[in-house]
Design a protein around this ligand. Sequence first.
Ligand code: F0G
Length: 443
Amino acid sequence: MTIAQATSRLRCIACGATPASAAQDFRCIQCGDLLELVFPGWTFDPATLKSVWLTRKTSSHKLDQSGVWRFRELLPHIPEEHAITLREGNTPLYHLPRCARIAGLDTLHAKHQGMNPTASFKDTGMTFAASSAHQGGFRWVACASTGNTSASMAAYAARGNMHSLVLIPEGKISWGKLSQSLDYGALTCQLRTDFDGCVRILNELVRRKPVYLLNSVNPYRIEGQKTAAVELMEQLNWEPPDHIIVPGGNLGNSSAIGKALLEMLELKLISRLPKLSIIQAQGANPFYRSVREFGGKKLDPMTADTQATAIRIGNPASWKKALRVLQATGGEVEQVTEVEIAAAKAEIGADGIGCEPASAVTLAGLKKLRKQGFVKPGEAVVLILTGHLLKDPDFTIKFHRGDLFAGTPHEKQAVQTSHLQRAPVVLDADLGAVIAVLDAAEK
Ligand code: F0G
């Protein structure tokens, strides 16, 4: 069944200008702020939408098999011949019983966006923005990245027969992510700078060369990423949770999820808003400080440092969009320490789920929000896990061997995590030795 898609329009989030097309850097040509896509006057019958989306789940059509394009009525129109899809989305919602107990909640769920084709949440936005590049006839796409955007972009560019240029900070992304971009055939440049330095170079580059920018300032990325929240509501039978908790880096994901929640309320797909809370690493906390110290009136860029390299970002592009949804939903912003992140990651792993370090800030932040009383024991909470455990095995192995914080200022605090460490046991190939270890573990 087909439903007519609404018409969309680009609009500047600050001055309200509505350009017919976007500039190469996706900034408003009048005031330099970010653009978003809006759908003036759209209306749907919510029950019809829900039932069409459900019917598509059993369809073999390529767009219906994607957990993003299945919800295409909520997206700008891109003709099917330009759609590049790896059947992204369709990610599981898991119950985390041990983590619930640790956080002091009756129940706790996690939507695992690391279960996407390239193992991070980026695929939901990338399928849509890469398709828009294809529609625009671009030969080259490019991004600056802490590793996941680049992995995702490289895969979608390859599927769409486009070349991709990746700018990543040298030495500060995980091998897993770097290896993905190499295998998917990207031209991969490791710049001797941090993520924010890579963004600066890329913004200059897109003004000089006909490359299509695929960072999350690209509003088509945000549109695709919106669908994670729509899929989540469908999984919850359209009964919104009380809280959704996301990690905050460049703040595209929180903006996208928040936009989806507001749009779903407007379209009467849901009847109330969950509170959307954003968690940052203490060493990469410009948004936390913006909200707490300046009431969101300004954001001071910083030099970021955290072992959760995905969110090692000091000048987040989408902070104003994130602020808007934080305020509209009544969410909180928190920061968590390196040791809190490592502990939370091991706890999520111990529920048989696992995630990469940046995703674990959600559980670490939840524990704080529980203690402060912002989250109550009987409330329904969903954590958004953004990346797969295998994205950063180095972090995990160092943690379990007890090496992660050796020689760092966090060494003393890290002692609290020793009960979570499961270092591998090296033994001779001897049955008795294995039985002795097993018996000891029993006790
Ligand atoms: N979690 C993971 C695993 C990420 O890779 C990122 C961002 C975030 C959380 C934060 O999301 O930026 O939308 O607030 N990674 C980007 C990248 C920046 O280049 O891969 P955000």
